[in-house]
Every structure is written in C-alpha cells, then in structure tokens.
Design a protein around this ligand. Structure first.
Ligand SMILES: [Zn+2]
Length: 303
C-alpha cells in the first residue's frame, strides 16, 4: 500500500457544489457537473465525496463510550453516510440508521438499546431520489460498512448488485446463523449475503490508485475498518468509522464499553494515528455532530 503525502494546506480548500440547474449547467462550461453523476465516468477527474445525514442518536448517558457525564455535554451523535464517486466506480461507505426509523418523524426509543433514542428525517434512498445525483442504492459499484452495528448498516438490505467489501471478522458474523454481538441486528444485513463479496484480511486499495483505501482497524467489532481517501483539493482524509466516537475518545485513547477487543482497538488507534502522521490526513470522527454541522452535505461534494 503506497499512500502519497499531501500538503495540509489543501485540507481547508473550499468544497465544490453540485449544481442541479440544467440552465446553469448549460452556461458554466468546464466546471459544470452533469445531473447524472455517473455519465462522466470516463472523464479524467478526481474523487468526489458526498456526505449525507443518515440519522441521529441521543443518549441518556455517555457511559457506554467510556465517558463520564460530567466531562462532556455531548448527548447526541450524528449518523452519516457517504458516497465516494471515483471515475472508475462508486462506493457507499456506511449505511446509517435503519431506514424504517424514518417512518416516525420524531425521536423514538431504541427497542433493543435502553437509554438510546434514534431519529431519521429522510431515508438515504429518498435523499438520493430527490437530489437526482445519478446514484441509487441499486447502481453502486461497491458497498463498505465500517462495521456491522445497527447504526452503520441501515440501508444494507436495499443495496443491490454492488460488491460488498468486508473484513473477515464481520463477514463471518453476518454469514453465521444466530451470531451474537451487542448492537448487531442480523435482520438488517441479511441481504448482504446475496451480494457479490470481497472478503478482506487487511487493507485494500479499492481502485488500485491509492485514492480510496479501506484500512483494517479491528477491535470495535472483529472486522471494523476505516476509509482513507485522497481528494485533490481537500487532501487526504480518513473517515473514522467508530474507531472514535468523540474527540475525548481520540485524545485520551478511551475505548468505548461497546467494543469486542480492547487491545485490538488500541492497536488500531495506533495504526490509524501513524497513518495520519505519515500522510497529514484529516480525520473525520463520523459520529461527531459538531464537526458534521461544519460540513457541506450533498448535493454539495468534496473533491
Ligand atoms: Zn456507530
């Protein structure tokens, strides 16, 4: 795996925006973006990252993240989904809360997890349809989940035809009847069993050019993984999965209570921090609501 170093100055470059007005598209020359994001698949352009709001979680206590309720005011986490549009194909990274959550428009208690409320304003499928970006859950090239907890695989059963990129530890749990794991609901991922699959035992460079790489980072679940991206203007970026839930978890290497293997998680933290040091990558803690509020969400994209 070769990862190029990029200048930090690029991290703060301005986000590009998809402009859906066909009138404007006709007038704006080479900067125009097709309404059908897949139609320019052969163009020599960089990777684009779309960020979606795929729900919120609210907690009575942050103890499950190994945080005392006195040391943080955080009680709410964002649950994002991402689509990476590479000239050679599209990747869905993380699948948000279960789409059925959107049937009720307000906070609702999680029936399986006491003290946790969830909310989803609009399913990813509906967002994609309404934004008309040219993506749908049945037209993706690849799907990868940071791990198989319920708040990361919410659209798994709606994905058709894509190749599922999964580390062996999580793959074995999904494929085993009666597998037990906290915060894992086998019914949410049953559809993955019929997708084409690439089972991974380590890092994986999806398109072979170093720009979209899965980094094996086990511990939170047996097959937890993070995503490394190289964006031309934004620079290198890592999407954390649940390696960290808050900044405190990162700065103090605080492993959450919901976690399969503490030693593995600590090693994965070291591995990812080393990668950050080597590449100058930014790290987006996926569940960080304060960070999310500063991001441009789809139809805008980062490139
Ligand atoms: Zn999570």
């Amino acid at each position: 795996m070769i990862i190029k170093t990029k200048a930090n100055s690029r991290l703060f470059s301005k986000v590009s925006t998809v402009l859906l007005s066909l009138t404007f598209l006709a007038a704006c020359g080479e900067n125009s973006v097709s309404k059908d994001a897949n139609s320019d698949i052969n163009e020599d352009r960089g990777v684009r990252l779309y960020v979606f709001d795929c729900g919120n979680l609210r907690f009575e206590s942050m103890a499950i993240f190994n945080l005392s309720d006195d040391e943080t005011d955080i009680r709410e986490l964002i649950v994002p989904c991402y689509i990476i549009d590479h000239p050679k194909g599209t990747v869905l990274w993380d699948g948000g809360l279960p789409s059925a959550t959107a049937a009720i428009s307000d906070w609702q208690p999680d029936p399986d997890n006491e003290g946790i409320d969830s909310k989803l304003d609009k399913t990813l499928a509906d967002q994609l349809r309404d934004m008309a970006l040219g993506f749908s859950l049945s037209q993706l090239s690849y799907v990868g989940f940071s791990h198989i907890h319920f708040d990361h695989v919410g659209v798994a059963n709606e994905v058709k035809g894509a190749t599922w990129l999964v580390q062996r530890g999580d793959y074995d749990l999904v494929m085993a009847d009666g597998a037990q794991l906290v915060a894992f609901d086998p019914t949410l991922v049953s559809g993955l069993r019929s997708l084409p699959v690439k089972v991974l035992d380590n890092d994986f460079d999806i398109f072979g050019d170093g720009k979209v790489q899965i980094i094996n980072a086990p511990g939170h679940t047996p097959g937890h993984q993070v995503l490394y991206l190289e964006l031309e203007n934004l620079g290198p970026l890592i999407l954390s999965g649940d390696l960290y839930h808050t900044q405190i978890n990162r700065s103090e290497k605080r492993v959450p209570i919901i976690n399969v293997d503490v030693d593995q998680t600590l090693k994965s933290m070291d591995k990812v921090e080393k990668l950050i040091a080597e590449t100058g990558a930014a790290l987006w803690i996926e569940h960080d609501l304060a960070l999310f509020k500063t991001l441009e969400t789809a139809p805008a994209y980062y490139d």
